[in-house]
Design a protein around this ligand. Structure first.
Ligand code: ATP
Ligand code: MG
Length: 212
């Protein structure tokens, strides 16, 4: 079992704490906050409350997201814009989802797209990186929930900026057709791309009004 008792998380989101793997410096371990699934279920709309508490666990959702059809194919291009997933592991503070830790060329943990945009704005390099991400989504048909700038990190290891999704895989809503038919998957992805731009504009405008 991996001991995380004395280790501080390097980041945390609304649902999980993220640790650097104590034995593998290029891996990230994510652990859901205790009791988080229960709270999420309690706050969900009535039709989602019919689902089990477990289904509100971000780690379980991630596991399901990584098992989607588009990620079963044996093509390394699928990892171009996505943190590699290594499965679930037992730690001293609970089950963790183990993924690739995305770093920059100085070996620091990569910053989020949100931080990048708030610091540097919509530069030509990041515009190109967003276009690359869009092409990848359209080609691979990998299904994600809404693509939010705080769930993407910016790597500069190559000679250009590369965006990597670190959270939010899977389907946004109960849309089994998108899971089965490319036609629906394509439509679903176009909607996610449109909403990603809406969210980026909202972030850049100082978050006035509603982004959706
Ligand atoms: N694989 C990774 N490589 C580098 N940084 C990461 C990685 N995974 C997560 N992070 C950082 O940790 C933060 C929180 O992680 P994550 O988004 O998975 O948590 P969460 O609680 O599920 O988020 P949310 O609030 O969106 O539900 C991210 O915003 C990012 O800054
Ligand atoms: Mg997140």
């Amino acid at each position: 079992m991996i001991n995380l008792n004395k280790i501080k998380p390097f980041a945390e989101g609304g649902n999980r704490r993220c640790f650097i793997h104590p034995e593998k410096e290029n891996r990230c371990l994510k652990i859901t906050f205790m009791g988080r699934s229960k709270i999420l279920k309690q706050n969900a709309p009535w039709y989602k409350q019919l689902r089990s508490e477990e289904s509100f666990d971000d780690n379980l959702r991630e596991k399901n997201g990584y098992s989607q059809r588009a990620l079963q194919i044996n093509d390394p291009y699928k990892w171009k814009h996505l943190a590699i997933w290594y499965g679930m592991v037992e730690t001293s503070i609970g089950q963790a989802s183990e993924t690739e830790l995305i770093k920059d060329r100085k070996n620091n943990i990569a910053i989020t797209l949100e931080k990048y945009l708030l610091t540097y704005g919509m530069t030509a390099e990041i515009k190109q990186a967003i276009l690359d991400l869009e092409s990848w989504l359209r080609y691979t048909l990998i299904l994600t929930k809404d693509i939010l700038p705080h769930n993407i990190v910016v790597s500069d290891k190559d000679d250009r900026l590369v965006l990597k999704i670190v959270d939010g895989l899977g389907l946004k809503s109960f849309l089994p057709f998108a899971r089965i038919h490319d036609f629906f998957a394509k439509r679903y992805i176009e909607k996610r791309i449109k909403r990603m731009h809406a969210r980026i504009s909202w972030d850049l405008s100082g978050r006035k009004g509603n982004w959706k």
